[in-house]
Design a protein around this ligand. Structure first.
Ligand code: DHB
Ligand code: MG
Length: 220
């Protein structure tokens, strides 16, 4: 099978469902213009995150890794008027771009971007007794297990915890990978397989981005 079919089908679906409006297109453009890594979720993945947030009727969302705010916009659009999203971003420049994109999306009232290391900020959210319905993990791949430990502390029964990039082009099959991101993804998946606090489904994803996948867990 010709793998060129995957981005073509992704584009077909994005067009069929008119998934990327001007705000999202502009957000993607600003990420490129600011020479940030072009690793935001695809529009189809964005719609998938939006749908998951709708399914769990999310009122409070936490995102770990905002980058330029592309996935942030998708998730925040699933919230009702009273909903709130907190996104943590390590890079101040990325956070600025994210804030601009969120402002253009008219979502500044619902979204706060906290700048700094998630492993320093998450304990503060725990201390503030923040409780989220949906947590999206998409930051430093080597820290996924630590993020998850905090996610559980910020979760309640039914909270959905989603982690991006857990398949890494199938490299998670390699026994002795030296790729830190692959090692991080493997550790995360193995941890989930043994964790009796959550039920997990890991899906492989193809499309415009490199072949990868998301882990979707629900807290029991
Ligand atoms: C990378 C990170 C991501 O979050 C992603 O979705 C794709 C790639 C990366 O750092 O390579
Ligand atoms: Mg990602």
């Amino acid at each position: 099978m010709d793998e060129n079919i995957f981005p073509k089908v992704d584009d077909y679906l994005i067009n069929l469902f008119s998934l990327e409006d001007n705000v999202l297109k502009r957000a993607r453009k600003s990420i490129k213009e600011n020479e940030m890594p072009e690793i935001s979720v695809s529009a189809n993945q964005g719609q998938f995150l939006f749908l998951l947030a709708k399914i769990c009727n999310a009122k409070r969302i936490i995102e770990i890794g905002a980058l330029g705010g592309y996935s942030t916009i998708w998730l925040a659009r699933a919230l009702d008027e009273k909903g709130k999203l907190t996104s943590i971003e390590l890079e101040p420049k990325h956070a600025e771009v994210a804030k601009e994109n969120i402002a253009r999306a008219g979502l500044s009232d619902k979204v706060e971007i906290l700048v700094g290391d998630a492993l320093k900020i998450l304990p503060k959210l725990v201390k503030d007794k923040i409780s989220a319905n949906l947590i999206f993990i998409d930051a430093e791949k080597t820290q996924y297990v630590s993020y998850f430990d905090y996610a559980l502390k910020l979760a309640k029964k039914g909270t959905v915890i989603i982690a991006d990039n857990v398949i890494r082009e199938g490299k998670i099959l390699e026994e002795n990978s030296s790729d830190e991101m692959v090692i991080g993804a493997k550790k995360y998946n193995e941890m989930l397989s043994k964790n009796d606090k959550v039920i997990t489904s890991i899906i492989q994803q193809v499309g415009k981005k490199a072949y990868d996948g998301m882990a979707i867990s629900i807290v029991k």
